[in-house]
Design a protein around this ligand. Structure first.
Ligand SMILES: Cc1cc2nc3c(=O)[nH]c(=O)nc-3n(C[C@H](O)[C@H](O)[C@H](O)COP(=O)(O)OP(=O)(O)OC[C@H]3O[C@@H](n4cnc5c(N)ncnc54)[C@H](O)[C@@H]3O)c2cc1C
Length: 385
């Protein structure tokens, strides 16, 4: 297993990092928690850069490339909200479309989504069904050449700015989770109403409630076979759980470097040494460094497993659990190191805690990841001879 980047990939990595430091860093004042909102100009720049590009002949490479470039943008100081919005678009919508779409769906959607000219979202969660997929209640009925969707979705990242949603609904209620189907729903379709949600954290990734009131779509809007929604959902979850937080790891490194600099520059009056010279402070910084590095290697292993390996269920869950907990924990430790300045949101250290707290639940909570990992133990543990 070789996780090293080629020279060309490394060049792109550096270019993404530069793009982020020059154009994608939040311009909100350092002090205060002003809401930044969705960065349209930043999104356009990510599209022009080629972040969303997908090579249909080699989707695995496109998948890994997107994750590494998000990580690079994070190390350049890009806003986590923008990175999360980009991740939801790529891994929640574009990736399942590439894996399971028909040639006609590829021809229609991939150029639009691959340039970022149009924005995608993944709509699974419902007001009464978050962790429990089997409880999804959005219905599908067929009439001639059309399908009709009715129901409600919530907490959908990108919904207020999206052009298309990959939406999971229940077509065959008697079959449980095997009765789900997936649809590509243009957000301008009559009967679709989207309301922005007020959230705490990830201000740059707008979330919304979605109402579906007898939404009529051609049968060709179905992604995968009738009753194949679980496969689509798994494809999206594999990708999201593995890769959506790559940018957050990069962002945590950026925050660690800034915190280190802050502590090196901060001296008590009359003292030669800085706060960074205290061993306890150094140990906390070193702990953060270890935690992030361990999470990164698991992320890279997960990217490899999803594109080369055989187990695409437990690895994504392990990556999601480990990376989300690591970046939240590190953001919290960093805010504590800033102390009073952290409360004042210096270097956006308080914003980082809010942003990383939010992603503990996205793509399934830690409890749900543990359920998934536990369900695969008999297949993934080393055999005892
Ligand atoms: C930042 C963010 C972005 C999101 N983006 C999207 C999106 O783009 N599209 C989308 O469809 N959804 C999205 N979601 C929704 C997300 O998938 C759900 O929040 C998540 O699945 C949990 O569902 P819930 O919030 O309804 O919690 P609940 O299911 O109500 O869970 C509440 C608590 O019970 C625990 N719990 C529930 N079931 C079990 C179980 N079986 N075993 C053990 N513990 C359990 C949970 O761990 C949690 O602690 C997003 C959420 C967040 C926070």
């Amino acid at each position: 297993m070789d996780f090293s980047l080629t020279a060309a990939d490394r060049q792109q990595w550096e270019a993404a990092r530069r793009l982020a430091s020059e154009h994608l860093s939040p311009v909100v004042p350092a002090v205060g928690c002003e809401r930044a909102g969705f960065d349209q100009a930043g999104w356009r720049r990510l599209g022009e850069f080629g972040l969303f590009q997908a090579d249909l002949r080699d989707p695995g490479s496109s998948f890994r490339r997107a994750a590494h470039l998000l990580e690079a943008c994070g190390t350049g100081g890009a806003d986590r909200g923008l990175l999360f919005a980009a991740g939801a678009h790529i891994f929640g919508c574009l990736w399942p479309l590439i894996q399971l779409g028909t040639p006609a769906q590829h021809t229609h959607w991939v150029p639009r989504l691959g340039t970022g000219e149009q924005i995608g979202a993944l709509a699974i969660t419902e007001p009464e069904a978050g962790s429990a997929i089997s409880a999804l209640a959005t219905t599908v009925t067929s009439e001639g050449d059309e399908v009709i969707l009715s129901g409600a979705k919530t907490l959908v990242t990108n919904a207020p700015v999206a052009h298309v949603m990959l939406l999971i609904a229940k077509e065959f209620p008697q079959r449980g989770s095997l009765g789900l189907s997936a649809f590509l729903v243009p957000t301008h379709t009559p009967g679709v109403t989207i309301r922005p949600l007020a959230t705490v954290g990830l201000d740059g990734a707008p979330a919304g409630d979605v109402e579906l009131n007898e939404v009529r779509l051609p049968r060709a809007a179905r992604l995968g076979p009738a009753g194949g929604g679980l496969g689509v959902l798994l494809s999206a979850m594999q990708a999201e759980r593995t890769a959506i937080l790559a940018g957050f790891l990069g962002a945590a490194e950026f925050d660690l470097a800034r915190c280190h600099q802050y502590l090196k520059n901060r001296r008590r009056p009359g003292e030669q040494t800085s706060l960074a010279d205290h061993q306890s402070v150094q140990h906390t910084l070193a702990e953060i460094r270890c935690r992030l590095e361990a999470a990164r290697w698991l992320l890279y292993r997960g990217l490899w497993e999803v594109t080369h390996g055989t187990d695409r269920i437990a690895w994504p869950a392990m990556v999601k659990k480990t990376v989300s907990e690591a970046v939240y924990d590190c953001a919290h430790k960093i805010q504590c190191l800033y102390a009073g300045a952290g409360w004042r949101n210096i270097d956006r250290s308080a914003t980082a805690v809010q942003d990383t707290l939010a992603i503990l639940s996205a793509s399934g909570t830690t409890d749900v990841q543990l359920n998934t990992i536990a369900s695969q133990l008999s297949k993934t543990l080393v055999p005892l001879t």
